[in-house]
Design a protein around this ligand. Structure first.
Ligand code: 0RQ
Length: 488
C-alpha cells in the first residue's frame, strides 16, 4: 500500500475532476484531504492556474471542511447536501453550482452514469487489507458505491476510530434495473450484507494515516418552543396508539437532525406510555445514545453516528453492548423507499415553511436562498406510514410566519405531508379536502400573530377545489424582502 502524506495524496487530484467523499454528515467523512485540497486550490490560483473540483458526498461533511473548500474557491459543483454557512453563501451567490438531491437516490444515479465518472474517491477507513477489503468508520453514506465506481481511491486510515466500529456496518449495493432484486430487510435490525467493501486493490493510489475525531454535533437550542413541539408530537403519537392506528409494539421512527428532533427523541424517551421502539433512520443522533442505554430504544438502523465526541467514545468503549443494537447502512439502504414503506416507518422532519394546503418548503428561504437541502427528508416523508412535519410557527422573533398562503418553494407536496405540528398545535390532514386542510392548519398551527391575516387571505381567495388569490399569494414574502418582516 502506498502510504503518503495528505499533501502528496492531494497531488493526485486534478482540476475539474469529479471527487467523491465518504461519510454521512461529519461522521465518516475525510478529515485531512479537504483542508489540503483547499490549500492546493489557493496555491494554484495564486499561480494563475485553474483548480476546482466537482464534489459528491453522502450528506453534509464537516462545516469547517466545506467552508475551507468554499473559501478557497476549490469547488465548482457540489451535490447532494450541505450545511456550511460559507459554502451556502457561495451557492447563493451563484459561485458554486449546487444540485439538491434525495439522499437515497445519489448512489444509484451515479451507478446509472447520470453524473459521469468518479475520478477520485477519498474514503475514511478503519482498516484495509492488501487484497482490497475496506472497513469503513462512523458514517457509511455512499462510500461503498464510490469505492466501486471511482477510478482512483485515496484512503484516509483514521486510527481515532475503534476498529470494532466495523461490526456496525452492513454493506449491500442493490443491482441495477431491469433486473433489480428486492432488498430483504424485513425488520429494522436485519443484516443482509457484509461488514466491509471489496474493491480492486490496484485502484488504491494512496493511504494517508490520520488520527482525527469527527467534528462534533453541536445542539444549541433547547428552548421552550422545541419542548412544546416535542410535547405535541408525543400527544399525537399517544392518540394514534389509543385509536389503534399505531400497533401496541409501536413502529420504527425516523428522526431528522437538529434541536427540534433531538427534543422529540428525548420527550419520547421519558414518556412511560410510549413503549420501547426501534429506529429506521438516516442519522443516529445524540439523544438516541442515552435511550439505547436505558432500553427505551431497542435498536437503530442508520447511516451514521452523528453524535458528540463523548457519545462516540461511549459507543466505542461499550461495543459489546452497542454492536447488537446499531446497524450502519449505505444511505441507499438506510433511506430506501421500499424498506421504509415495508416497515411502516413514522417520519419526523422539520421544514422551513408550510402553506395552508400542506405543501412544505424544507430548503429555500423566500423561495430563493438555499438553506441546507432536502437531505433524506423526502425519502422518508413520501414513503412513510405517517409523515409528520414540525416547525416553530414563527421564525426570527415573529418577523416570519412559517405558515404562509403559498409556499415560495415546494419540496414535499400536499400528498406526502400527513400531519403538521408546531408549538401551537397539531393539524392532522389525513382525509381532509384542501379547504378543510387550510382551516385545520391556520387554526391549529399558525401563530396568533398571523392567524387573522391567513383567515382573511382565505376568505378573499377564490377558485375551485383549491382557493387562491394569485395577486396576493406572496404578499407576506414580499413584505419580508422589502421591509424585513412579513407583516410589513
Ligand atoms: O435560523 O439559526 O439563524 O435562528 O432557519 O431553524 O428552527 O433552528 O430548525 O435547525 O431544525 O432547521 C428546515 C433548515 C430547520 C432543517 C431546517 C431559520 C431559523 C433558524 C434553522 P437561526 P430551526 P432546524 C435529516 C433530514 C431539510 C433537510 C432534512 C433542514 C434556522 O431541518 O435543513 O430534513 N431540513 N433533513 O430562524 C427563513 C423561514 C424559516 C427560517 C426557520 N420560514 N424563513 N428562515 N428559519 N424557518 C438530515 C439529513 O438529511 C442528513
Amino acid at each position: 500500500m502506498k502510504r503518503m502524506s495528505a499533501d502528496e495524496a492531494a497531488q493526485m487530484i486534478q482540476h475539474d475532476q469529479m471527487v467523491a467523499f465518504s461519510g454521512f454528515t461529519p461522521a465518516g467523512s475525510p478529515k485531512a484531504l479537504p483542508a489540503v485540497i483547499a490549500r492546493r486550490a489557493s496555491e494554484l490560483h495564486q499561480a494563475q492556474k485553474p483548480f476546482q473540483i466537482r464534489l459528491l458526498t453522502g450528506a453534509s461533511i464537516s462545516a469547517a471542511a466545506d467552508d475551507a473548500l468554499a473559501e478557497a474557491d476549490a469547488i465548482s459543483w457540489r451535490a447532494p447536501y450541505q450545511t456550511a454557512a460559507g459554502l451556502r453563501q457561495k451557492i447563493n451567490q451563484g459561485k458554486v453550482k449546487f444540485v439538491d438531491l434525495h439522499l437515497s437516490e445519489v448512489a444509484q444515479m451515479v451507478n446509472y452514469g447520470f453524473f459521469g465518472d468518479i475520478d477520485v474517491a477519498v474514503i475514511e477507513a478503519s482498516a484495509i487489507t492488501h487484497d482490497g477489503r475496506v472497513w469503513l468508520t462512523s458514517g457509511i453514506g455512499n462510500a461503498p458505491t464510490w469505492l466501486q465506481r471511482a477510478k482512483k481511491v485515496i484512503i484516509e486510515l483514521n486510527h481515532y476510530h475503534n476498529p470494532r466500529v466495523a461490526e456496525l456496518a452492513d454493506i449491500v449495493i442493490p443491482g441495477a434495473p431491469p433486473r433489480r432484486n428486492s432488498v430483504p430487510v424485513f425488520h429494522a435490525m436485519d443484516r443482509v450484507g457484509t461488514r466491509y467493501v471489496q474493491i480492486d486493490p490496484s485502484k488504491i493510489v494512496a493511504v494517508v494515516d490520520t488520527e482525527l475525531p469527527d467534528a462534533g454535533n453541536v445542539l444549541d437550542k433547547n428552548n421552550p418552543t422545541c419542548q412544546q413541539i416535542a410535547d405535541n408530537v408525543v400527544t399525537f403519537l399517544l392518540d394514534e396508539m389509543a385509536h389503534g392506528r399505531i400497533p401496541p409494539e409501536f413502529l420504527p421512527l425516523q428522526s431528522g437532525v437538529g434541536n427540534i428532533n433531538n427534543a422529540v427523541m428525548a420527550r419520547l424517551g421519558e414518556n412511560p406510555d410510549i413503549p420501547s421502539f426501534m429506529m429506521y433512520s438516516e442519522v443516529l443522533q445524540e439523544s438516541v445514545v442515552h435511550l439505547l442505554e436505558t432500553g427505551k430504544i431497542t435498536g437503530v438502523s442508520a447511516s451514521s453516528l452523528t453524535v458528540s465526541a463523548d457519545s462516540l467514545r461511549k459507543i466505542y468503549d461499550n461495543m459489546d453492548f452497542f454492536a447488537s443494537r446499531i446497524v450502519l447502512r449505505p444511505q441507499e439502504i438506510s433511506n430506501n423507499p421500499e424498506i421504509i414503506r415495508r416497515l411502516g416507518v413514522i417520519a419526523l422532519n422539520v421544514g422551513l415553511e408550510f402553506d395552508i394546503y400542506g405543501h412544505a418548503n424544507s430548503t429555500h428561504v423566500a423561495g430563493v436562498n438555499l438553506m441546507n437541502g432536502i437531505g433524506g427528508s423526502g425519502d422518508f416523508e413520501r414513503n412513510a406510514y405517517l409523515s409528520i412535519f414540525m416547525a416553530p410557527s414563527i421564525a426570527k422573533d415573529g418577523k416570519i410566519s412559517t405558515i404562509v398562503p403559498m409556499c415560495s418553494h415546494v419540496d414535499h407536496s400536499e400528498h406526502s405531508v400527513k400531519v403538521i405540528i408546531t408549538e401551537q398545535g397539531i393539524a392532522d390532514l389525513r382525509g381532509l379536502s384542501p379547504l378543510q386542510r387550510a382551516h385545520a392548519i391556520i387554526d391549529n398551527c399558525a401563530h396568533p400573530l398571523y392567524r387573522d391575516y391567513l383567515h382573511r387571505y382565505l376568505a378573499n381567495a377564490s377558485g375551485g377545489h383549491i382557493h387562491h388569490d394569485l395577486s396576493h399569494a406572496f404578499d407576506l414574502h414580499r413584505n419580508l424582502i422589502e421591509h424585513g418582516s412579513m407583516l410589513g
